[in-house]
Design a protein around this ligand. Sequence first.
Ligand SMILES: C[S@@+](CC[C@H](N)C(=O)[O-])C[C@H]1O[C@@H](n2cnc3c(N)ncnc32)[C@H](O)[C@@H]1O
Length: 259
Amino acid sequence: MVHDVVVEQVHEAVRERYGQIALSAQPAQAASCCGEGAECCGADLYDVETGHLPAEVTGLSLGCGDPITLATLRRGETVLDLGSGAGIDCFLAAERVGETGQVIGVDMTPAMLEKANRHKERLGRANVEFRLGQIEALPVADKTVDVVISNCVVNLSPDKAAVFREAFRVLKPGGRLAVSDMVTQGRFGAAARADMNAWAACMTGAEDVVDYVGYITAAGFAAVSVRDKGAPQVELAGGLSVPMGARLFSAVVTAVKPG
Ligand SMILES: C[S@@+](CC[C@H](N)C(=O)[O-])C[C@H]1O[C@@H](n2cnc3c(N)ncnc32)[C@H](O)[C@@H]1O
């Protein structure tokens, strides 16, 4: 059970940080969650082509991976992006699902949503819709989505169990989860967890891979896989917790809602 005050405190710190980024960032200032110049998620975030998108969009890319490659989207599919930010993954997804598909982005920071809607108008993407809301209580109907994607957002949630329950609820039977996120091996201590700046910067909100897999499995998902983007040959779901310290890494996460 997650305490309401803690939830509100985290949401406030996160909204504050991403509201400021949305209002102040110039194109190409923020090219990943680690910020300008940092490379915690690798130098090149995407395997898919992003060069055709306007610099305002790619410059506000705040992810830690490439959920688009991971999701292997098909034409006509409905995609939901958890924490869509300025919209980069929604626009890349829209290109893949085509005009018969639909993409919904949910984000709780009004200034980010405004940016995303401005980018949508510029790109003329009628099949992309941005909704204001929290990923712990999605403004999306049951069993309406084929694929849930997300890029460096679940780590920011104070209630990851609720996030995965909601993702499960909105997915159709047989639907897929394809998420890039920050995860740890080992757990952060209480002092680190209380540092709201580090939490909002995608660090200390990250949880141990064993706990993370536990939330996904408890929500009802099958075929859960969590791998380190930097060492993808090693499956980490099903491993043991590391007792001391927390190694933070960019994770590649997939799972399926049983059909
Ligand atoms: C690190 S940015 C990533 C944005 C985007 N996915 C990308 O790759 O550029 C995190 C985004 O998630 C949103 N966010 C964080 N926690 C959220 C929550 N609990 N509910 C909804 N949105 C959230 C923030 O407002 C912010 O826009």
